[in-house]
Design a protein around this ligand. Structure first.
Ligand code: HEM
Length: 158
């Protein structure tokens, strides 16, 4: 009998410890909303961390404004602002220590009449920029697979 009540106590303290750890982690997550997926941190490092993302997004914008398929969208836009937001967004997506404070994807693209071909063109321009900065192929795909579902918010034209 003593044995089983000891077992019960051990189980109970185990459960309490688990709950305490869980709530501590949740409190931590509340204060630090940035890491979307901490397991991606090595990928963030393969992108060259924040400085790497700044360089990649700079080249992405050069590609977008020279690409005949996309340049009309960006010609009169605030390119500097878009780049800052993109860096933060990619950083958060890759589990880096950043915070995205920009608009939602729906809000920022709803008036642009973007179609599937436009979306694919941007992805190609991003791939060119990532290749230029020697981001390993598998790391590139990690970012792309997180961006792909955003087509639902970005594409508004059949
Ligand atoms: C997964 C794909 C995409 C992502 C992650 C993305 C991300 C962003 C971000 C973070 C912003 C800034 C939001 C803000 O101002 O707070 C933005 C704005 C913008 N994006 Fe995208 N974008 C995507 C696809 C596209 C495509 C395909 C086009 C056109 C070919 C495009 C054109 C623009 C333009 C023109 C703006 C500026 C809008 C304005 O003036 O307010 N985006 N995008």
């Amino acid at each position: 009998m003593k044995n089983s009540s000891q077992k019960f106590l051990a189980l109970l303290s185990g459960a309490l410890l688990f709950t305490a750890t869980l709530s501590a982690n949740l409190a931590f997550a509340d204060e630090n909303p940035a890491p979307a997926d901490a397991s991606l941190l090595p990928v963030y490092q393969q992108f060259g961390e924040k400085a790497g993302l700044v360089a990649i997004v700079d080249d992405l914008m050069v590609n977008l404004v020279t690409d005949i398929r996309t340049r009309a969208f960006f010609a009169d836009a605030d390119q500097k602002h878009i780049k800052l937001e993109l860096v933060d967004q990619f950083c958060v997506i890759l589990g880096g220590p950043c915070t995205y404070t920009g608009k939602t994807m729906h809000e920022s693209h709803k008036k642009l009449a973007i179609n599937e071909a436009d979306f694919n063109a941007l992805v190609e321009d991003l791939q060119l920029a990532m290749n230029k900065h020697n981001v390993p192929f598998r790391a590139q795909n990690k970012l792309l697979e997180k961006l792909a579902p955003m087509h639902r918010e970005v594409i508004t034209k059949p």
